[in-house]
Design a protein around this ligand. Sequence first.
Ligand SMILES: [Fe+2]
Length: 593
Amino acid sequence: MDILGISCFFHDAAAVLLRDGEVIAAAEEERFTRKKHDYNFPSQAIQFCLERGGIRGQDLDYVAFFEKPFVKFERILFSTLQMFPHSRRVFQESMVSWMTEKLWIKNLIKDKLGVVEAKILFGDHHLSHASSGFFCSPFDEAAILTVDGVGEWATATYGIGKGREIKILKEIRFPHSLGLLYSAFTAYLGFEVNEGEYKVMGMAPFGEPKYLDKVQRLIRVEKDGSFQLDMDYFCFHYSTDRTFNGKFVDLFGSPRDPKAFFFTPTSGYPSYFGERPVNYNSLARENQHYADIAASIQVATEETLLKMANHLYRETGLKKLCMAGGVALNSVANGRILRETPFEEIYVQPSAGDGGGAMGAALWAYHMVLGKERKFVLEHAYLGEEHSKERIETFLSENNICYERVDDDESLINQVVEELQGGKVVGWFQGRFEWGPRALGNRSILADPRRADMKDVVNTKIKFREPFRPFAPSVLEEKTDDFFVLPEPSRHYPARFMLYVVGVKDDKREAVPAITHVDGTGRLQTVNKTTNPRYHRLIKRFGEAAGVPLVLNTSFNLKGEPIVNTPEEAFSTFSRSGMDSLVLDHCIIRKEH
Ligand SMILES: [Fe+2]
């Protein structure tokens, strides 16, 4: 039985193919269209899924859409009318987009895929999130927490999963939204909403949560974790382009200029920013204020999530927790939930945001609508497109690119290890691309984590990222405990997907400065021998040679671009950056050539 899951029209459109209850293909549309967070109908991701499954659209048994468009439309209609005339513009804009496209998703799916109406199912946004967490997990029974910006009406739900059933126990409704609160601060701090949330999280450890009491004026959190926003400070409920208003600015001061460089006395002023400005000190002080605000919203978010999780534990008494929704990508908060609540194991699937709703919708249809038994666990994220050895070599030779073909993989790995040890930055491209926003060793850029200057080197040569953003380590799962505060790492799936921030052990921080954040933490990826044997071998070999069983791993893309999919994109990224070498499966390309 083949079920296609689809999510689109908000952000991160995606498609997933579920065959007899197992995910056999999953991809976000941005990887094909090269438009970051592409939210349009995921035609190319669907095409990839169908090709991977060897079927046509009309062969599908069901198509599951991740939310209910009419209910969502009702919420938008209701809330904009309530805020009229403030909401005149958002009302007009949403009428146009909903009337012309979004409401007619059923027809669109029928036309594009050639399936009959009876085969199209519409899930509920948060139930799709909950399904994507629970039905991908290895748990027979678990508490479920979903937290995001907004779905139809819900912005957060508490639930419980047992076997093939999920029951939603309680929901928090729009406009009260933890995700939208965080996004308002993301915008205030000068970053793009739905994109810059990671930057706020990375910036937070440079500050102190000095403004926690002010943030608490915006959100009232009850003992059970339910919350209410004071809507006097926001305008996301009636504006298309603004999330916070003048009253918010009165409370926190002027928003940060998105074009200004962010640095604090602790982060330093990297060389790729150019010459140090004459008013460096006063700018650093100004930025410190914004770092303190970032710390405050981050802590407020963590505290709210902790209350929610604790309440859910009290209600369910279960030791296992599944989380989903965009807020479940907050890896710092996830780490705290693991450490500070009675939950012993947590599952978050790698694409926890709306893209992941496509996977959840397909699983919901299979288990909850059709009543089929569970037999699938999402063990890894390597579910995207792959490119054959022949295709890679054809591309290289047709374009007269000088490369070395290495048929003995051990020899290739030894060469890469040597380059990494020599301070080179290596593009590492193999197999199927990853599901979700993180590169986990198949579309990664690698470097030596032992060198303190490596952060600047990678930033200067390739990523041009803000200096406050940490780089992540990929560590051998079985050696994780030697370097990071995460006992029994194999039990912790979120760590496989880079969704936990944990402490780097005190005595190891100096050994791996390039992946240790300013507060002594790291957003680790544990690498499992079974799910990515080749990447595991590479890191193991690096460990034997360099003394640390981990590498610095950053996603294979340039700033502002989606992670690469094809060998062409990898080579183009390599050429346009200061990367030293590129490994395309079994071929090595070096800049010196
Ligand atoms: Fe969502």
